[in-house]
Design a protein around this ligand. Structure first.
Ligand SMILES: Cc1cc2nc3c(=O)[nH]c(=O)nc-3n(C[C@H](O)[C@H](O)[C@H](O)COP(=O)(O)OP(=O)(O)OC[C@H]3O[C@@H](n4cnc5c(N)ncnc54)[C@H](O)[C@@H]3O)c2cc1C
Length: 385
């Protein structure tokens, strides 16, 4: 152990992971000069070819940290979403999502954090935590004392694995996902619903489109951003009439497949000196496109609470849990149910679903509470109490 190093960060909030939640939290803390440092296991921010869609609940926070306008300039800004079942349009409605690539979102967040003189240590993979002593150990043999630990280390969170009493392995959900960024121009969002599958496509910028195809599959697929597949495999899982609308995908070398896994709910968003944010707090299946937005909301709420109760982290943790837990649990549960709704195969149920989508405002009802949520109001409510 390097004794000269261990105490340098003892007054800092240590943020584990430079993903969406870690960078967003870092920005809020740096804006108020709260000492913080981000530790990221990779040598640079991750740049996997994947899209992400940010609904207005997430956008409210990005606006507050002054990156929304820049993001919009270089992203897709679709104005309509179309729902297609059995190759026929069922319905469409207006949307105000920003759809972009994960690489662009991460880069803009990092740029903002660095502009605030944010400190980040790459090549720092956390491997152990002494939660009582607030001591972090990294694979590069560094051991550092910190003031508090913000676990922002994503779906496979080591913080969660080390500290959770529940040591159950993740369980394959029965769904796998194909994803790719393809050279196709598209201005809107399209949802293709079919028996045992659904496909979502949206623009990530003026020339490229994100393709995500989820399908039921008994045999589990690896849970990895980097597992490459090929066009023939993709075509055996997703109907050709959809793929033929995106001809460039046939020649795309970067078609990835991802096994969707579920994890047990920890029932709490903090544990002693560690607070969980984003996927580390509430691992979620991607069928409502809300994991990243919830990560952004978490960072806003926890960041604002740390600023408000600067000398009382315990109070921040407890209010953070009270505000966040029921919302993230509901969306987490609903995300899994969404796949069932999308993948219906009984013709009568498909007919009823499509009628409901076409002639009622069921989609608005289902999305309103999720997208209209305003994390700023939550904090304003506390300030008024
Ligand atoms: C196919 C798919 C589509 C999706 N689409 C959407 C969408 O449209 N909209 C949406 O809102 N969400 C979407 N999501 C969900 C979204 O990607 C995640 O919920 C979001 O990235 C979570 O952010 P996070 O900060 O918790 O974790 P991440 O962004 O995953 O960041 C975790 C960071 O921690 C680092 N890390 C991990 N372990 C360690 C360690 N031991 N030490 C140090 N660093 C570590 C990682 O390298 C990474 O940089 C989708 C997910 C999938 C799989």
């Amino acid at each position: 152990m390097h004794n000269n190093l261990v105490n340098i960060y003892k007054d800092y909030i240590a943020i584990i992971g430079a993903g969406i939640s870690g960078l967003t939290l870092g920005i809020f803390l740096k804006k108020q000069n709260i000492p913080c440092i981000i530790f990221e296991k990779f040598p640079s921010i991750s740049e996997y070819g994947a899209g992400i869609s940010i609904s207005r609940n997430g956008q409210k926070v990005l606006k507050e940290i002054e990156i929304l306008d820049k993001l919009k300039l270089i992203s897709g800004n679709p104005k309509n979403a179309y729902f297609i079942s059995n190759n026929k349009e069922i319905t469409s409605f207006a949307i105000d999502h920003v759809t972009t690539s994960r690489k662009v979102l991460h880069s803009i967040l990092l740029e903002k954090y660095l502009a605030l003189n944010g400190e980040i240590k790459f090549d720092h993979e956390l491997i152990n935590i002494d939660n009582q002593k607030k001591l972090l150990s990294f694979s590069n043999s560094k051991n550092l004392y910190v003031d508090h630990i913000a676990a922002c280390d994503g779906i496979k969170s080591i913080c969660r694995n080390l500290l959770s009493k529940d040591k159950l392995d993740p369980v394959y959900s029965g769904y796998s996902v194909w994803r790719s960024i393809i050279n196709e121009k598209q201005n809107d969002v399209r949802f293709y619903l079919g028996p045992n599958f659904h496909v979502v496509t949206y623009p990530v910028d003026d020339n490229k489109t994100s393709f995500v195809g989820a399908f039921k599959r008994l045999k589990s697929t690896e849970e990895s951003w980097r597992t490459l597949g090929n066009y023939n495999e993709l075509r055996s899982d997703i109907p050709g009439y959809i793929l033929d609308k995106y001809p460039s995908i046939k020649h795309n070398k970067e078609i990835f497949k991802w096994g969707v896994y579920t994890r047990t709910d920890m029932g709490n968003m903090y544990m002693d000196n560690i607070t969980f944010l984003g996927d580390a707090a509430h691992p979620i299946v991607p069928f409502m496109g809300q994991g990243g937005c919830l990560a952004i909301e978490d960072s806003y709420i926890f960041g604002k609470l740390l600023i408000k109760y600067r000398n009382d982290i315990k109070k921040s943790q407890s209010i953070y849990h009270d505000i966040r837990y029921s919302r993230v649990k509901k969306i987490r549960d609903d995300s899994l149910n969404q796949a069932t709704f999308n993948h219906l195969k009984n013709p009568l149920l498909i007919y009823i679903r499509n009628l409901l989508m076409k002639y009622t405002n069921i989609i608005h009802i289902l999305t309103k509470k999720v997208w209209d949520y305003d994390p700023k109001k939550e904090i304003a409510n506390i300030n008024n109490q």
